[in-house]
Design a protein. Structure first.
Length: 131
């Protein structure tokens, strides 16, 4: 998992050197399992096709976010989040114009609108806090 983050960071710095208007920026990704139904749940996060997170996440007390610090070149990036055991997917974009904080929460069962597993993704240009 660490090598994926390092490869992405190197790619981001190289892309920034090749003409991106915004230098590589910190993008902090937090991942949490919020479902007591599927515990642990496998979660994989990719950015531009590169795996940056791939692990099993336990629900614990539902107040458990794991931090994954990244460096991404300025510009638009495609982020995909998926779970095989979950089964859920999310596809979205990250517009990196400065530092970003991304929170990925996995939900299922009575915690979702239709009962189907889903990811909640919150993207902020300001630091986030957890309770």
């Amino acid at each position: 998992m660490r090598s994926s983050v390092i490869l992405l960071s190197v790619a981001a710095v190289a892309a920034a050197a090749c003409g991106s208007a915004v230098e590589a920026q910190p993008v902090i990704v937090y991942v949490s399992n919020q479902s007591f139904d599927i515990d642990p749940v496998d979660i994989t996060v990719t950015v531009d096709g590169e795996v940056v997170v791939a692990d099993d996440f336990r629900v614990e007390g539902q107040h458990n976010w794991v931090e994954f610090p990244l460096q991404l070149a300025g510009g638009e990036h495609v982020m995909e989040v998926s779970s095989v055991r979950g089964p859920a997917t999310y596809l979205g974009t990250l517009q990196v114009d400065g530092p970003l904080w991304v929170v990925v929460d996995y939900w299922s069962g009575s915690d979702t609108e239709d009962g189907a597993p889903a990811f909640g993704v919150h993207i902020s240009t300001e630091p986030v806090g957890f309770m």
